[in-house]
Design a protein around this ligand. Structure first.
Ligand code: ZN
Length: 410
């Protein structure tokens, strides 16, 4: 049996001891800064619940250890100190697979994007080809930053479909047939040799907008993306909500009309059948030809085309019905519309707001703002960077500040 010896028992981190409390406070501050990018000391105090004096001491300690950087700034006209993680403490990589593109971004822990590039790719064709191209692009971009590949802490990976939480494979074989049976995070981790965190495109869009875009400063948000399908990423109290199976946010499949068109999920009249590109573009085929894309429809609507305006307005009203249900259930403070449809601005946002005020109970929608995404097509890849920042632990970051723990038992 192991016995404690008197000399080392004091360094044991029992819950409630000074040492563990101190470490917990360090972790709270690091986590707050890690997620926000940069915060003033007053903001750190607000978000962690620690006193201003404690925050000041902890920031000094983290700065001396090289974990954070402190730069002068101004907040509300007053001088303040902005705290961010040291840029050179590590780098993170984001990889986003869309249906027709591959996008990669390299960022540092201070939330600066150091390099970013996208290339066309038929992702559905072959998963092996997709991962090979991703590996090449990641390695090439890291090289352009001049930072050693050993500094990579983790990779965030976005895929255009729900991930089954238990198996780590894509939850639906009909969405990416070429990826059946593939575990995307294992596949990429095997090639790059670092931990890979994976999530679907809607969740990553939500994280990207939360950290860098239209969701900054809120803790409860729904990001809605309308493309070939319709999905939502839900942020509840600052965290992505995935549900036990990883399929939370499938707003595209709520029923709007029981006798409506048959959806790819097998039900009838899903929200998706009134809003997704594959269902709404054919409405304009007789008048606008067979080659119309979502992007072109939005552009024509902005130029005043009445048919495109009509379709986009209807899409907005239907999305608004879904958002009204979401408001009644979750009471989010912000809804961010992503994808190319967001470029339609008020042509789609106005009808969404109209439906929300019509169908949501007033108290659930009172504080709601409906905004276009600020990041456009970059939302997912920046969300992949944010995923690493949110999932990585703090122990590596605290190594330089805290002395290595002495073994409690000999
Ligand atoms: Zn459906």
């Amino acid at each position: 049996m192991l016995e404690k010896t008197a000399g080392v028992s004091e360094s044991m981190e029992t819950p409630g001891s000074q040492t563990s409390l101190h470490r917990a406070n360090l972790e709270r501050v690091v986590r707050a800064v890690r997620m926000a990018g940069s915060l003033t000391q007053a903001e750190i105090a607000r978000s962690t619940g620690l006193s201003a004096a404690t925050v000041s001491n902890i920031v000094r300690e983290l700065k001396d250890g090289g974990t954070v950087e402190v730069t002068p700034t101004s907040a509300g006209g007053r001088r303040a100190r902005s705290v961010s993680l040291s840029g050179d403490a590590g780098i993170v990589v984001g990889v986003d697979f869309g249906h027709t593109h591959l996008r990669v971004a390299i960022g540092n822990l201070a939330h600066q994007v150091l390099a970013e590039e996208s290339e066309p790719l038929d992702v559905d064709a072959s998963s092996a080809q997709g991962f090979g191209r991703a590996e090449q692009l990641v390695n090439r971009l890291i090289k352009t930053t001049g930072i050693s590949p050993e500094k990579v802490i983790g990779v965030g990976l976005g895929v255009p479909g729900p991930i089954d939480v238990e198996s780590g494979t894509l939850g639906s074989t009909s969405i990416l047939p070429g990826w059946t049976g593939i575990n995307p995070s294992q596949e990429l981790a095997g090639r790059l040799g670092v931990p890979v965190y994976v999530d679907n495109d809607a969740n990553l869009g939500a994280l990207g907008e939360l950290v860098w875009g239209s969701g900054r400063g809120v803790r409860d948000l729904a990001y809605i993306k309308v493309a070939s399908g319709v999905g939502a990423g839900l942020v509840i109290d600052g965290h992505i909500y995935r549900g036990p199976g990883g399929t939370a946010g499938e707003i595209g499949h709520i029923t709007l009309d029981e006798s409506g068109p048959v959806c790819r999920c097998g039900n009838r009249g899903c929200l998706e059948t009134f809003t997704a590109a594959r269902y709404v573009l054919p409405l304009l085929k007789p008048s606008h030809g067979p080659d119309l894309t979502m992007e072109r429809m939005v552009q024509l609507a902005r130029e005043g085309d009445p048919g495109c305006r009509r379709v986009i307005g209807d899409v907005g009203r239907h999305i608004g019905s879904g958002v009204a249900n979401l408001c009644n259930l979750l009471n989010p403070s912000r809804v961010v519309l992503g994808g190319s449809l967001a470029e339609a601005g008020e042509l789609v946002l106005g009808p969404i707001r109209d439906s929300v005020s019509r169908y949501a109970i007033p108290s659930a929608a009172r504080q709601l703002s409906v905004l276009p995404g600020a990041l456009g097509a970059r939302a997912e890849v920046l969300g992949a960077l944010a995923l690493v920042l949110s999932e990585m632990g703090d122990s590596t970051l605290l190594e330089s500040t805290l002395p290595a723990a002495t073994p409690a038992f000999t």
